[in-house]
Design a protein around this ligand. Structure first.
Ligand SMILES: NC(=O)c1ccc[n+]([C@@H]2O[C@H](COP(=O)([O-])OP(=O)(O)OC[C@H]3O[C@@H](n4cnc5c(N)ncnc54)[C@H](OP(=O)(O)O)[C@@H]3O)[C@@H](O)[C@H]2O)c1
Length: 312
């Protein structure tokens, strides 16, 4: 059985998604969030070079500069490979070429004010970089001491296998969206051989594949980005799910956020939710939920209501 883990995702730190400068206020808000997460027992932090145009890493780095002894107690990861607004219609493009990745890792380390990353993740697959070239880049980074381990994000089973085939050391995680609201990975495991089977989109058996290869699934948007809260629900199923979440929050002496996370931890794979809330109370409630163990019946009831249909 894997130990339950919770990751704090820093996408919400650093202010707005533009090149406007950092202000003292933005830094102070980030300090409070980081401090709350650490005091709640969270030691694993997720970044990406694109978050708030680098400012999320910068505020974190500033915090570390003031608390240098913390570095060795934390597990710090970042991602690269997405170039924001570099295509037509403000679309992102992807770049995992050697020069881009090496240069961006240097920038990440500088902003975070650290010498090495515990893990570097490839943010999205780049169809213009061969997996063989990419593996060489990763090996170079490892040899330089700038990155300890590697993971991927938003990659299919076949892409992970392909990249892995050129690497000596194991890729340790795949960061992908997974929540009660977005349970596609689980759907793929149970709607087997059915006319209404979900379209696999390269993710077929990703859960099983991950367990088989001892890769963790870093579940992003685990709180469903606040979908389950008191509001005008778009669909009846969301309202029913929210009411059950509230009921279970009471039953397990937890919170709606806590039950959403406990739902993920119940899955017997190495699922590591990455919370992105900047609300201090929600961060604390999330960490406390590590103690909640949902019953089988409650877990299934949530899944069925959230899907709004019977299981096969
Ligand atoms: N690899 C990738 O492609 C990828 C993509 C997306 C995210 N990520 C990573 O995953 C992390 C988490 O993603 P996420 O931010 O989408 O996850 P999340 O924790 O599901 O969502 C956080 C957002 O939902 C809001 N929220 C949550 N519960 C709420 C409630 N009860 N009421 C009102 N608002 C609520 C939060 O607002 P408050 O701050 O007000 O609580 C915040 O805006 C990111 O920080 C990033 O590190 C990775």
């Amino acid at each position: 059985m894997n130990e339950k883990k919770l990751i704090y995702g820093c996408m919400g730190l650093g202010g707005s998604w533009d090149s406007s400068p950092l202000t003292l206020n933005i830094q102070k808000q980030a300090d409070k969030v980081i401090e709350t997460a650490i005091n709640a027992g969270i030691t694993h932090f997720d970044h990406a070079d694109i978050y708030t145009f680098g400012k999320a890493e910068k505020v974190f780095g500033n915090y570390l500069k003031r608390n240098p002894s913390l570095r060795e107690t934390l597990f710090i990861q970042s991602k690269t490979g997405i170039v924001l607004q570099a295509g037509p219609m403000q679309s992102s493009i992807y770049n995992l070429s050697k020069n881009y990745v090496l240069d961006h890792v240097d920038q990440i380390l500088k902003r975070l004010s650290i010498d090495y990353l515990d893990t570097l993740l490839l943010h999205r697959p780049d169809p213009l970089t061969s997996m063989e070239d990419l593996a060489q880049t990763l090996q170079e980074l490892k040899a330089s001491g700038k990155v300890n381990t590697f993971g991927v994000s938003n990659m299919s089973v076949a892409q992970i296998q392909h990249l892995q085939s050129f690497l000596d050391e194991p890729l340790n995680c795949n960061q992908i969206e997974l929540s009660l609201d977005h349970s596609f990975l689980l759907d793929l495991e149970v709607w087997v051989n059915r006319e209404e089977s979900p379209k696999e989109a390269g993710l077929n058996n990703l859960l099983t594949f991950s367990s088989l290869n001892k890769m963790s699934i870093q579940a992003y948007s685990p709180l469903a980005q606040g979908k389950y809260r008191k509001s005008d629900f778009k669909e009846e199923k969301d309202k029913l799910t929210f009411h059950l979440l509230e009921e279970l929050a009471e039953k397990y002496n937890s919170s709606v956020s806590g039950i959403l996370l406990a739902w993920l931890w119940k899955i017997p794979a190495d699922i590591q939710p990455i919370i992105g809330t900047t609300n201090l109370k929600r961060i604390e409630e999330s960490a406390i939920a590590l103690n909640v163990n949902l019953s089988r019946e409650d877990w299934y009831a949530l899944w069925i209501l959230a899907k709004g249909r019977k299981l096969p």
